[in-house]
Ligand binder design. Sequence first.
Ligand code: NCD
Length: 317
Amino acid sequence: MSQSQTGIKGQSFISVADLSDQDVTEIFKRASHFKILNKKNRPFTEALDIDTTQSLRSFLLFEEPSTRTRISFEIASRQLGIHPIVISNIKNSSMMKGETVEQTLSTLACFNPAFIVLRYKLSIAPSEKLTFPIVNAGFGSYEHPTQALLDAFTIHEQKGKLKGQKILIVGDVLHSRVSNSNLKLLKRLGAEVAFCSPSSLFPQGDLWKGVKEYKNLNEGVEWADVLMCLRIQQERHNMNIGLSIAEYRDYYHLGAKQLEIFNKKGIIMHPGPYVFGVEIGHEVLKDSRNCILSQVENGVYVRAALLSIILDLKWKG
Ligand code: NCD
């Protein structure tokens, strides 16, 4: 089912819905190839017909904290031969003097970027009309589409296919941009998605209407092929969720019991950062089904693939 006929070539990437079916296929193909090149210590540029990116620059503007997303976009840009300028310490920018993100984007436009990667506090796209593509690196609780792409890529890599995979999303679904983007992309790619979360953190809105809910974590774990755990997004609700951390842990923590009943060929995912003792236990990290670090690594390949398509860099393979 195609969402966007035009796709992301030369365009902003705000939502999973911006991707054409061809974009998704092309991103996975390029990311797989970048991974092979990386294992051989070869530059990603070997697969691209380019000599023009050297003079290009990009800005990575992060209004909220980030480790994985920011660093992987930085490496991905460099791998494509683009010079990324990171603005992640907002305290040292004019935003501390009252400049808005929109004004900052207009200012950065004067430096002629090839694209800007933006992590934004608000759950909407910036209203400013811009002359360059914006790549969503997480907008409030709205979407985090590159996380969904790297998650789907990781599931495909581990399980050989997405069609028919049963994916259980556990935790703070309501405030998670990761879960919104994942639901859209995974359903589109033929996976079945269900969730398990406290009623105070139930997803709202049409997107989640009809999505299967497991009230009991263990029942969901028994059903699933893929467990996708989420951090409680405390910064978005001050833990005002009607239950204490201890109560949350009693019902939504992935620990030894769940590992025991979970599909032996299943995989465990988390976008990170994870909080030990809350959503997952230490035993998860030692479990062979844990793919959390593969997700981090795949973020570089998938983001490089995405950027190479936005920039219309020709593929040599
Ligand atoms: C996620 C995010 O920022 O939405 N992290 C990430 O990008 N890997 C998840 C989170 O912060 O809980």
